[in-house]
Write a protein that binds this ligand. Sequence first.
Ligand code: SF4
Ligand code: SF4
Length: 434
Amino acid sequence: MCMVEVEGKKRPQIACDTPVSDGMVVRTTGESIDATKRAILELELINHPIDCPICDQAGECKLQDFYMDVGCYESRLRTSKVHGKKHVDLGANVILDQERCVLCTRCVRFLDKIRNNPQLGVFGRGDSSVIDCYPGAPLDDPYAMNVIELCPVGALTSKIFRFKKRVWFLKSYEGICPGCSKGCNIYIDHHKAKYEKDKIYRVRPRFNQNVNGYFMCDAGRMLIEKINEFGTYPMINDKKSTYAQTVAAIQESLKIDNSTILLGASLSLEEMWLGKTLGSNVKVAASNESGFKDDYLKEDDRESNRAGAKALGLEFANNIEDISTSNFVLMIGLSKELVLYWIDKCKKAHIPFGIIHQEQISAGANWFLPMPYHWQRAGHYINCQGYVQFSDARLENEEPSLLEILFKIKNSTQMDVQTIFDKFVAPLLPKDSA
Ligand code: SF4
Ligand code: SF4
């Protein structure tokens, strides 16, 4: 489909494999080249089901674009099409529809050349050729889901997204994956249906040559499963409460002498900066897991802004000695594992505590206040390479952002993310921040 006409050459040339030379004149449209493309497309569509109305790729499919551009709506074929399997579970959340495959082998080459893990191949000959896994070896590469975007048609679709939403309803904004300190750049696709909440349906990798290239890991994509299901509400002493009452309760807690505030190391720079101004004993609690790192993108540090906490000069809390003299502990935006760890420590040391978290964790807390998930909160992050990156938030829901909540607790005038960053955060960052 990339056929072009090169002046001086008798036949049409394939653009992707023709070296450019001095003075070369290339035509991408014209009577003869359009006819060539039309003929190729007709060949391409001989066995394609053209089931766009029920295909997840419809709306972002190259084959559909060509079909609409070039035509070929009337098939000249008088024999029945070759049928393939419509639902092959390859593993790793990827479903294959063999009929839609155009055998471009992008998926095969990604696993072979980029991942050095050849898990897919072309099996059979002629019009019986199909993509599949090798016998007894399912697709389980930790980056396998990248084949979903690499597939130019709807042959490889995502188990967690397919049939959930037509893509032309989705709006996108640019974000950062909070799954580890790499901070892969992503698109966040969301939609607000009438009378429903604005919901995130999928995340896709966004090209950044310096950080993640064109790809992201499957673990980062699967974070989507965590975010839309929380039906969170404020609580005081394990009883349902309102935002206003809970904020008032937090303000009272902050007046207790010797309160400790523990901030999560995946909060944004702006949230950490504001959290730091809420008390005199503010520390960062960060997880120290290992075993996630690999030789491609994944990093062992599962906190997405540890470097940011360091840049702001925050101290880290590691064990009970760091809070043992406290009369109250406030936990803001820690990972779930860490919240449970510190709750245990507080209970053993008989220290009252409050929690601000995206999941409904109360577990005997004096109060609990829900906060939106990472992708619903705009802010800057510093990744493990030292890049300062911005993650946007564009959902239309009415829940207050964490910054709004913290400004309310502090009882001071609200400021937007960019103002906080420019005025207060940027001057604190190292001069060589990329
Ligand atoms: S990327 Fe899609 S169209 Fe290309 S070979 Fe793989 S399954 Fe087929
Ligand atoms: S490598 Fe880390 S930042 Fe990148 S997608 Fe995976 S979990 Fe997210």
